[in-house]
Ligand binder design. Structure first.
Ligand code: ZN
Length: 160
């Protein structure tokens, strides 16, 4: 069975950056399950998965545009330190969810200087080329419920 729209595939992956540094890997834990055509994974990887079958192993280079998108400088903003609750001292590298006019976004503290905190709402991997090393573990038809939800259920997928 080939990966196509309305199939659920499980796969192992190792993600590296341009320098070859491992950013993330499913090796040593459960493979990731996703609904093909559901936009559950970055577009460049989803495209490369099309037509693959169980046991296929391949590498794919994904541009930032087909990955987590370009960095948007407008998402780099400063805020007064007083915005943080008393029991939460902002520290560089700290991540938290914040409301934006595009909905909730993950924000990373980039700098703390005096009373000013610099926040970055870009995805940590925005603007970066991504290099995936992939092995397809299984391919099956999606259930009606999965198609309605727009994501895979069960091992490696959503639990709810
Ligand atoms: Zn669901």
């Amino acid at each position: 069975m080939k990966i196509a729209a309305r199939t659920v595939a499980e796969f192992h992956y190792t993600l590296t950056d341009d320098a070859g540094t491992v950013i993330d890997s499913s090796r040593g834990s459960e493979p990731l399950a996703y609904l093909h055509g559901g936009g559950n994974i970055v577009p460049g990887l989803e495209k490369a998965m099309e037509g693959k079958t169980k046991g296929d192993a391949f590498k794919v280079d994904v541009s930032a545009e087909e990955g987590y998108g370009p960095r948007i400088e407008a998402l780099l903003q400063t805020a007064p330190r007083s915005m943080f609750p008393d029991d939460m001292a902002p520290e560089v590298g700290m991540q938290f969810q914040a409301e934006s006019n595009m909905g909730p976004v993950m924000v990373t503290v980039m700098a703390v200087e005096g009373d000013t905190v610099t926040l970055d709402g870009n995805h940590a991997l925005a603007g970066q080329a991504l290099h995936f090393d992939v092995e397809v573990v299984s391919v099956r038809d999606a259930t009606i419920e999965e198609m309605q939800h727009g994501h895979a259920h069960g091992a490696g997928g959503h639990h709810h």
